[in-house]
Design a protein around this ligand. Structure first.
Ligand SMILES: Nc1nc2c(ncn2[C@@H]2O[C@H](COP(=O)(O)OP(=O)(O)OP(=O)(O)O)[C@@H](O)[C@H]2O)c(=O)[nH]1
Ligand SMILES: [Mg+2]
Length: 296
């Protein structure tokens, strides 16, 4: 996992021994480091900021050796994660019933599978979730969720094909109320993220159901595109956080840094496989331990 980003950090740290003396070499190496970060899915803005901060610290002699360099890197990144805040979802869901989560994301990112995983996650903790198929545009979308419902035995609410997604979502909440279901997980339409109709549809759903959380599901494997999707959905509908899928197959490593740096919202969960329990709360410290070289 994330071996490529780790290699980029390691390479930079390993080549810095001469940098503490020569300004010329430092600039060269930092430029190369920036490009490497970008090629490992770190957003350009974030790569520039990391590089700028490191150069300042090296020039001010706050960083004098490799150990201090790794420590500084960790602090810079950790600060990004802190600025993005955190969402304690286990606590939040206890305080409002039904708790409504609206899931967004473009086609194929793993949105529907993720909703089923989140439903299983909460059922394991003693909750009674409801999955809602508010993508009435594609018949397949309804079928997908129904299959997950059959496999997991978690109830699903489906709208009629072609019905207004906002009214389906609204009805699902009444349904949850009347059956004592305490968490409503709303699957929305995918399509291209630049689709104007989609944006209007999602805004309407959000207006009508007033979700407690709006989460964007992104596929780590789409790299820089995931960053564009995040910016787009955040501007169009507003986001409270992310779920990043396909971490199990992800080598580049930079997507988490980009998401939280660019949108300043936390990552709640990561998808780590195709099974229902392949969903883990995201832990920034664990992530940093994996991508940074060891300080010694
Ligand atoms: N390896 C891996 N595969 C995943 C993960 N999450 C989802 N997938 C797979 O990704 C594929 C697409 O998942 P879906 O849940 O259908 O994605 P979607 O975004 O709902 O797709 P559409 O509704 O068709 O737009 C499926 O084969 C999932 O099993 C993950 O974390 N790791
Ligand atoms: Mg789907």
């Amino acid at each position: 996992m994330f071996s490529k980003l780790r290699d980029a950090f390691k390479k930079f740290v390993d080549t810095t021994s001469s940098l503490f003396t020569s300004k010329e070499k430092l600039r060269e190496s930092v430029e190369e480091f920036k490009l490497e970060l970008v090629s490992r899915d770190v957003a350009f803005e974030a790569a520039e900021d990391i590089a700028k901060k490191l150069v300042e610290m090296i020039e001010e002699k706050t960083i004098r050796d490799k150990k201090q360099l790794v420590k500084a890197l960790r602090e810079i990144l950790l600060n990004y994660f802190n600025e993005a805040g955190s969402v304690n979802i286990d606590e939040l869901v206890k305080n409002k019933k039904p708790f409504i989560i609206m899931f967004m994301g473009v086609n194929g990112v793993g949105k529907t599978t993720t909703i089923a995983k989140v439903a299983v996650y909460f059922r394991d903790k003693g909750h009674r979730p409801l999955m809602v198929a508010a993508d009435t545009f594609r018949a397949a979308a309804q079928e997908q969720l129904k299959k997950h419902s059959e496999r997991t035995q978690i109830p699903v609410f489906m709208g009629k094909y072609g019905a207004d997604p906002a009214s389906v979502a609204y009805d699902s909440i009444q349904y949850a109320y009347s059956r004592g279901l305490d968490i409503v997980l709303v699957d929305t339409a995918g399509r291209m993220h630049t689709d104007v109709d989609l944006v209007n549809e999602l805004r309407k759903v959000a207006r009508v159901i007033k979700p407690d959380l709006k989460l964007l599901v992104v596929d780590a494997l789409t790299g820089n595109d995931a960053i564009d999707q995040a910016k787009f959905f955040h501007e169009a509908v507003g986001l409270d956080g992310f779920i990043v899928t396909k971490f199990d197959a992800y080598e580049e490593g930079g997507v988490p840094i980009s998401l939280i740096y660019v949108v300043k919202k936390p990552i709640l969960f990561i998808g780590t496989g195709q099974d229902y329990r392949d969903l883990k709360p995201f832990n920034p410290l664990e992530y940093l331990d994996k991508v940074l070289p060891i300080e010694n």
